[in-house]
Design a protein around this ligand. Structure first.
Ligand code: BG6
Ligand code: MG
Length: 225
């Protein structure tokens, strides 16, 4: 079977922005009297901004306390802090192995697509100077978030690929579920001390391991000739 596209999650796969999401949510939660720890944060990974806020409010038993308008304000506050934390991001913050994999894909004319729930993806790719390596960035606005398959399916569509011929790379449980629900081959990225998401077809403990050869072998796929 021919590999037609590789879909990359962004936060926690291309770069370590997952830690900034955690900091900004933890600070926001603290301001409204809710405590979130690293374990709880795992359940926020891959989850869209407003949905993340809802989960935090439920976690603190405060889901009834805010109007829609107030919730939008809280999510905006979190995003402002998150964007300020991104200010120092440089190409050196790209996870190891990612740029090399993108170069291999380009050489083989296999489109790489960003399939992230983040509305900040264009900003982050610009800071990492990786824009030109991606064929497209999925716009997550107006489509169901992960674990629904829509972001992955949209990624395949933008690449002109059949989902069954795509490989998706993810660090979150919701993201692996989205990839599998889209009928794709799923590669999970674990981290020291954090269990890798379950249900992936292949698990790597670091992005350093990601080579085109490994992806092809694990999916039983080949490059187009
Ligand atoms: C995902 C992150 O990639 O994007 C989530 O794993 C985040 O933590 C989501 O909430 C939405 O990101 P943003 O940048 O649009 O708030
Ligand atoms: Mg992620």
């Amino acid at each position: 079977m021919e590999l037609q596209a590789v879909l990359f999650d962004l936060d926690g796969v291309v770069t370590d922005t997952a830690k900034y999401h955690f900091t900004a949510w933890r600070n926001l939660a603290r301001r409204i009297g809710i405590d979130i720890d690293g374990d709880f944060n795992e359940s926020l990974k891959g989850i869209e901004r407003m949905q993340s806020l809802e989960r935090i409010l439920v976690h603190g038993g405060r889901e009834q306390d805010y109007s829609q308008e107030e919730k939008e304000r809280l999510a905006q506050e979190k995003n402002e802090e998150y964007v300020s934390l991104l200010a120092g991001l440089t190409p050196e913050d790209t996870y190891p192995g990612i740029k090399e994999l993108l170069i291999e894909l380009r050489e083989r004319r296999i489109p790489a697509v960003i399939a992230s729930a983040s509305k900040n993806a264009p900003l982050i790719l610009e800071a990492l100077r990786l824009n030109e390596h991606f064929h497209a960035i999925v716009d997550p606005g107006g489509i169901p978030g992960k674990p629904a398959p829509d972001i992955s399916l949209q990624g395949a569509k933008l690449a002109g690929a059949d989902p069954a011929h795509c490989i998706g790379i993810e660090d979150s449980q919701a993201g692996i579920e989205a990839i599998k629900a889209a009928g794709m081959h799923a590669v999970g990225i674990g981290e020291a001390g954090i269990p890798a998401p379950s249900g992936a077809d292949l698990v790597c403990s670091s992005t350093k391991e990601l080579t085109l050869r490994l992806l092809l072998d694990s999916a039983g796929m080949a490059c187009k000739r």
